[in-house]
Each structure stands twice: as structure tokens, then as C-alpha cells.
Design a protein around this ligand. Sequence first.
Ligand code: NAD
Ligand code: UD1
Length: 338
Amino acid sequence: MNPKIILVTGGAGYIGSHTCVALAQAGYRPLILDNFSNSKTSVIDRLATLMGDPPLCVEGDIRDAALIKKIFHDYCCESVIHFAGLKAVGESVKQPLQYYDVNVAGSLTLFAVMKDFGIKHLIFSSSAAVYGEEKEPPLHEESLLHPVNPYGRSKLMVEEILEDLYHMDSHSSIVRLRYFNPIGAHPSGLIGETPSGVPNNLMPYITQVAVGIRKKLSIFGNDYPTVDGTAVRDYIHVMDLAEGHVAALQKTERSSGLSTLNLGTGRGSSVLELVEAFEAATGKNIPYEIVARRAGDVAACWADPSAAQKQLGWGATRDLRTMCADSWNWQLRASFII
Ligand code: NAD
Ligand code: UD1
């Protein structure tokens, strides 16, 4: 039997590329649609090495309806995993129109063509950025929704559009996945996260300090009401996240419905705890200084992942040490292979 083809928008990106590997391992054939605005075309060759076969790949934009029609015309595709989008919170404040155009209008274009072709299975990349600040983590799927920037609002808008689409067609099967803080890389060191410019996120900043690209880490605040005063997040290995998508895909194949699920570990780690875990896992010293809090940061945020465990039979298995070791392994190789 031929493997099922899954359209993976943004499949050349950080989470998408790892998900393609997990899909291939589970017997699916990913078909990547990506405009490479935030990824490198060379990832396709590296994916071919990891998957044993080159992934199907179309270069193009999710806002191009004619191209998406051609893809569904050329390939028999029952399911879509929709990663493509813009994700930098700070940039979204400066360029909200671009964020709503790609993240919201791009999603609408994709969903309209899916409807025309009768494609009813969809997994959507949402974010913990849709939540407001809870006084007491963990965050449950029913926690208050109050995104505080255009990026988070664009994700919530698409979540709401999907709710309307499900009410229009209750035979459809839609899973909205809210990711917490993905870090780490494939253990091979062949794929990983490639931030352009100065990294905004903590782990890529740490690995760039470790490799000597940056002098020291600035820790944004040590006066939060947390275990050591630094902010706490739910870091999750990107391969655990990737496997969560396979489990979500299998759920869409089993039954119709609309689900919203947190993908996190359920454990919070402070900035200092992550730095210490990185130093222990790699033997590298990470010089740091404490600076002022970053505007918009919450003190503590971690997931209640029990709904995903129940509905998908999925749970994160990789620990902080593995996340750090795999991030470092990727950083050491990245400059040679991308
Ligand atoms: P990424 O930037 O590495 O991957 C996104 C991919 O989409 C890139 O390859 C990019 O080239 C592509 N893309 C962007 N605009 C496109 C367009 N108009 N048409 C076609 N392709 C386009 O990001 P990621 O970290 O892999 O995130 C994937 C998804 O998960 C995003 O929707 C993001 O908002 C969401 N998410 C990410 C995180 C995170 O921490 N990485 C957390 C929560 C949610
Ligand atoms: C950020 C986004 C969030 C997005 C997530 C994706 C903001 C406000 N939120 O989350 O919407 O879904 O990335 O991974 O941007 N830190 C430092 N020094 C640094 C970088 C970070 O101390 O150089 C601290 C931050 O203050 C934070 C923690 O490390 O407490 C994690 O930061 P980051 O990796 O940027 O993730 P989030 O802020 O949780």
C-alpha cells in the first residue's frame, strides 16, 4: 500500500522539519509546502538522509490559492498539518499587518481550498501565547484566553475560525495544538532551529554563547516570584512535539471532532535552571548577567498536558538534559551544514 501523503505547510521550518521525520517514521509521506522565508532549502537534502527518501516538496506561499489547488489536484492528500506562519512576537508588534496577512489570511486561503477539495483533517499550530497570565499555573485548555500581542491574537483568530468551520461541517476533524516552549533538535544533529540574526528565544541564545558567537547571556529579571527569581517556562523537546503531531494526526483519522490540546511537559524550569542543566549536559560555561525584565514576559507558565495524554495517548518523554545536549549537538554542526 502506498503511504498516505500529508501536506505539511511550513514543513522546512524548525518544528515542521522534525515532524516530517516523525511522520516518515510512522509510515506517512510528508509533502512540504514552504516559501523558505525562514528556512533553508538545504533542509530538504538533510531530511532525505534522515527519512531514507527525499520528502515531496513544493516551494511557494500559503497565500497562493492557485498553487494549493494544483497541489491537491496533483497529489491525493487527506490531511494537512499547518505550521507555516510568522512567529516573532516583537516583530509582530512592529508589523501587525504582515502577521495578520500571513497567519490569518494565509490560513483562510488554505482552508478555503481544503474545503473545495473536501479535505477534512487538519492539525493547526497554535501557541501558549493565546493564554493570558494565570495567577497559578498550570495552564489548562479552559484557562483565560487573552493574547497580549498581534502574534498571539493571530493564533487565537485562526483557532476561532476553525471553530466556525467545524460547526459548518461536523464531519471534519480538527486539532488545535497549543505549544509551550520547544527546544532541542533531532539527535542526529542534522536538523534544528536556525534563528536569523540575534536570537529572541532563550535556548538559541545560550547555544550561541556556548559556541562563542555571543559573549554572555542577559537574563531578563531575577525578581519574579519564582524558585530563584528568574522566569519559569515549560520547555519541551521538539521531537516530543513532533511525535505529538503524529498522535494528533492519528486521532483525526479515527474520528471527527474539534479538539484543543496543550503540548507541554507539565514541568516548569527557571532560566537559571535551564542554564545549569545546559552546563551540566555539555560541560560548557555560560557567562551571564542579570538585566531588567523583558516587557510582556510573565513570571511563570507551564502546561497541564493531561488532555493530550488522555485524547492522544501522548506524553513528553525527553528530559531537560536531553533537550540541552541535542540543542548543543545541533549548534556545533549547524555552521558547517547550513
Ligand atoms: P519556523 O519559522 O521555523 O517555521 C515556519 C516555516 O513556515 C518556515 O520554514 C517558513 O519559511 C515557512 N513560512 C512562513 N511563511 C510562509 C508562507 N507565507 N508560505 C509558506 N511558508 C511560509 O517556525 P517554527 O518554530 O517551526 O513554528 C511553526 C509553527 O508553530 C508556527 O506557526 C509558529 O507560530 C508555531 N509555534 C511555534 C513555537 C515555537 O516556539 N517555535 C511556539 C508556539 C507556536
Ligand atoms: C516566547 C514568546 C511566545 C512564543 C515562544 C516561542 C514572548 C513574550 N513570548 O516565549 O509567544 O510562543 O517564545 O518559543 O516573546 N530569556 C532571557 N534571556 C534571553 C532570552 C530569554 O532571560 O536572552 C528569558 C525570558 O525572559 C523568558 C525565558 O527566558 O523568561 C524564555 O524566553 P523565550 O525563549 O523567549 O520564550 P517565551 O518568552 O516563553
